[in-house]
Design a protein around this ligand. Structure first.
Ligand code: PLP
Length: 452
């Protein structure tokens, strides 16, 4: 793509800067545009996954190699989307590829227990001590639906408690008033990182509350870390009220060898997983206390029925076992997260050096970039910071995103990013220079959009 010089970007207002960046994007991506138009003939909006859509049209990726993506127009990107945290292993891990090929040779739809699922289950229960028993399913959404329904059935109570801004899947979306497609569970919404408020809410609803479900770091809301004190308060309040505590570690379980529950030594009653767990293949998992999970034993008289054609699909089970047992060692997890911490420190250092209101949040290998002044402890902080300036912030994020793409840095439109095991220090240098160029060339626009 043609380089855009700092001089050429000067003296523009935000709206014209976005328009110009979009025109540049359209010119640079004719093949992606064509494929998008063709896709729209069979899928509403040319899309089957809202998360990956961005205007004017998303890039169509042709290929992944290591920590790189190559789009259908031939541009090469450093991948910082990494399949929204599922791409922990990069694109070409030979051990995982070999496991998939070996499993595929023996047949992929066996309609019976296969030799891989117990191995993967053992690996999961070994890593996550609170998951004394585990069951598999096909997505993080499904894992959360199953965990919540289990909690309601086990406790005999109808309500669930969530936190404002939470994303627990496409049918469990609790940002900005939630989604019309949400499951019709009776929901109590509390405030993330507000221990006192959460305690009070749990106490007030205890008699009818089955479960509290929480992301130990809110991902979709913008990589907002859960404070230890807050998560510990949830544990205590749930124990006091006989409410089940569910940690949705679909995204965060990669943040330490035993997830955030391992980092903080907190034991939820149930945990949900997904994303990277099958080495990049489709998966979800839910598990927890043995007495709760025992209800899934089909031989027991009061067993919960839990079918699922692909719950133990051969390729996912084989790839997941190879990935967890041979690739994702404790050392590899820790190194990936240390590298992410270094990236966050460097990016925040750049914002300070240029005296601009950009903040990089997150934990370890997952980061969120915000144009915001003041602390970010929950979705409400972000909303209050943007109040009255929503359009400017949206435009600024669009501009940032399009400038990053032009610089060969693949990030999501809402500016969430993460590292894979394949991400190198040179990749971090590349991202830091692209961000610094943005801060220099667009500094005036950032100050205008986020005034002091
Ligand atoms: C915390 C969290 N829970 C659940 C999900 C849903 O997982 P899936 O997309 O596999 O349904 C996601 C996906 O981004 C997530 O981040």
């Amino acid at each position: 793509m043609p380089a855009v010089t700092t001089a050429a970007r000067a003296n523009q207002d935000l709206t014209s800067a976005v328009r110009e960046a979009e025109e540049r994007y359209v010119r640079a991506n004719p093949q992606s545009a064509e494929r998008y138009a063709a896709a729209a003939r069979a899928m509403p909006g040319g899309n089957t996954r809202t998360t990956i859509y961005f205007s004017p049209f998303p890039l169509c990726m042709a290929k992944g190699e290591g920590a790189r993506l190559i789009d259908v127009d031939g541009h090469v990107y450093a991948d910082f989307v990494n399949e929204y945290t599922a791409g922990v292993f990069g694109h070409s891990n030979p051990i995982i590829l070999a496991a998939i090929q070996a499993a595929a040779k023996d047949g992929i739809v066996l309609g019976a227990p296969n030799k891989y699922e117990a191995l993967l289950a053992a690996e999961v229960t070994r890593r996550f001590a609170s998951m004394q028993r585990v069951r598999f399913c096909n997505s993080g959404t499904e894992a959360n639906l199953l965990a919540l329904s289990t909690a309601r059935a086990v406790t005999g109570r109808p309500k669930i408690m969530v936190f404002d801004g939470a994303y627990h899947g496409s049918l469990l979306y609790f940002s900005h008033g939630g989604s019309p497609l949400n499951m019709p569970f009776p929901v109590v919404t509390s405030v993330y990182n507000d221990a006192e408020r959460a305690r009070a809410d749990i106490g007030a609803h205890a008699a009818s509350l089955a479960a509290v479900i929480v992301e130990p770091m809110q991902g979709g809301a913008g990589a907002i870390p859960g404070e230890r004190r807050f998560l510990e308060a949830l544990r205590e309040a749930c124990t006091d009220s006989g409410v089940l505590l569910i940690f949705d570690e679909v995204m965060t379980s990669r943040l330490s060898p035993a997830g955030v529950q391992g980092l903080y030594g907190i034991r939820p009653d149930m945990t949900t997983l997904g994303k990277y767990l099958a080495g990049g293949m489709t998966i979800g998992a839910f598990g927890g206390r043995e007495d709760i999970m025992a209800r899934f034993d089909p031989a027991s008289p009061n067993a919960f029925p839990h079918g699922g054609t692909f719950n133990n699909n051969v390729l996912a089970m084989a790839a997941g076992h190879a990935a967890l047992s041979k690739v994702l060692t404790a050392e590899a997890v820790e190194e990936m997260n240390r590298r992410g911490d270094r990236l966050r420190e460097r990016l925040n250092g750049l914002a300070r050096a240029h005296d601009l209101p950009m903040q990089v949040t997150g934990v370890g290998s997952i980061f969120g970039i915000h144009f915001h002044r003041g602390p970010i402890r929950n979705a409400g902080d972000l909303d209050r910071g943007e109040a009255g300036r929503e359009t400017a912030i949206r435009e600024l994020k669009t501009l940032f995103h399009l400038d990053m793409l032009a610089a060969g840095q693949y990030l999501s439109r809402r500016i969430l990013g993460n590292l894979s095991l394949e991400t190198t220090d040179a990749d971090l240098d590349g991202l830091c220079s692209a961000v610094e160029e943005f801060l220099v060339s667009r500094g005036g626009l950032i100050r205008e959009a986020v005034p002091a």
